[in-house]
Ligand binder design. Structure first.
Ligand SMILES: NC(=O)c1ccc[n+]([C@@H]2O[C@H](COP(=O)([O-])OP(=O)(O)OC[C@H]3O[C@@H](n4cnc5c(N)ncnc54)[C@H](OP(=O)(O)O)[C@@H]3O)[C@@H](O)[C@H]2O)c1
Length: 331
């Protein structure tokens, strides 16, 4: 709870980042605002796989970012500083942040805030920013994905995957996924994928076929890369967003030349506010109406109170979930 003088709040701290890290709720300072920022009373925060990497000491916050974990929040604005693009106290928003989300209060650059989609509560809105910003920029900017093309999403049942399947299907793209169980595959088909391959029992190259796919959104890396190149057709685009099975691999340079492939990828967190603002505007214009109309919706696996952050992170680590895990922070 916030103290009477309003200076401290409950927030999560990763004690001993590394192998024996321990997520704990502790009392921490309410963030001071920079010019152009808003202070959000957070009611829900999304958890994401990069948070596990931060806890393990492999993904430190970028310079100037909060050391409190958490890359996305939803809540109500309680203070603003300077020019905040029309946002003011009392507005309900969700926001992409570079850290600080697992807390009662979080600061956010105004251009990284979006209004709650019509009919959305804080829990559902907190499930949007990190995955929707990432999917949008990687599929449509880096992957140059077009209506009528064929997309393969690895990790189709992940937070990222469930967003990618829905956004792409809703925009007229034929989506195939891989996932680690029949239940996860069924969930992806339900969300709009037309093919789902359980990679534990089947081979995605055999099922999809060589030269079948325009864009691969890949979080697996390692030995998947040469196989992804097999399924890509002439002028295909390979977009890397993580390397869950490894960061290095051997590929044929001649295959890149022969098929005129583009190998690309990106990270979201270190991007400038201006770049994030451009993505926010595109999402607001194209994806927010789909959310408001109920054509797509974030998949929420489980909601935990902030005090149960350790259980929430263990569930994410186990990969037993489908979609998003959310922390709820009561008033
Ligand atoms: N580059 C960026 O800007 C950016 C931004 C956000 C997230 N990411 C990355 O995107 C990935 C997904 O994030 P998320 O928050 O959506 O995670 P998530 O919900 O935890 O999903 C990750 C999924 O990957 C699969 N997986 C785990 N270990 C694997 C392995 N060794 N080989 C193959 N599949 C494995 C699991 O599903 P199965 O049961 O199907 O194996 C799991 O559900 C993470 O790696 C994250 O770091 C990148």
């Amino acid at each position: 709870m916030v103290s009477e003088n309003g200076q401290v709040m409950q927030a999560v701290e990763f004690l001993n980042p590394g192998e024996n890290a321990e997520p704990r709720v502790t009392q921490q300072k309410i963030p001071a605002l920079q010019e152009g920022e808003v202070l959000i009373r957070v009611y829900a925060a999304g958890i994401n796989r990069p948070d596990l990497a931060q806890m393990a000491g492999r993904y430190p916050p970028p310079p100037g970012a909060s050391t409190i974990p958490g890359l996305e929040v939803a809540g109500k604005i309680v203070a603003v500083k300077g020019e905040t693009a029309g946002l003011s106290k009392g507005d309900k928003v969700c926001a992409l942040v570079s850290g600080g989300g697992y807390a009662e209060y979080c600061s956010a650059p105004a251009p990284q805030c979006l209004p709650l989609p019509e009919g959305y509560d804080f829990i559902r809105a907190a499930a949007l920013p990190e995955n929707f910003f990432t999917v949008w920029v990687n599929l449509f900017e880096h992957g140059r994905l077009q209506k009528g093309e064929k997309l393969l999403v690895h990790g189709g049942s992940s937070g990222i995957g469930t967003a990618a399947v829905q956004i792409a299907s809703a925009l007229g793209i034929d989506v195939a996924v891989t996932a680690g169980s029949d239940e996860k595959c069924a969930a992806c088909l339900e969300l709009g994928a037309t093919t789902a391959v359980n990679y534990k029992t089947d081979d995605f190259v055999d099922i999809l076929g060589e030269n079948s796919t325009d864009v691969v959104l890949d979080m697996v890396g390692g030995d998947y890369l040469p196989r992804n190149m097999q399924v890509l057709r002439d002028r295909g685009r390979h977009v890397s967003i993580a390397g869950l099975r490894g960061w290095t691999t051997e590929i044929s340079i001649f295959d890149i030349m022969r098929k005129r492939l583009v190998l690309t990828g990106s990270t979201l967190r270190p991007r400038s506010i201006a770049e994030k603002s451009t993505i926010a505007k595109a999402l607001h214009e194209t994806v927010w109406p789909l959310l408001a109309a109920g054509k797509i919706a974030p998949v929420i696996h489980e909601v935990y109170p902030l005090e149960d952050v350790a259980t929430a992170l263990s569930l994410l680590e186990s990969s037993a979930h489908i979609g998003k895990i959310i922390l709820k922070i009561d008033a």
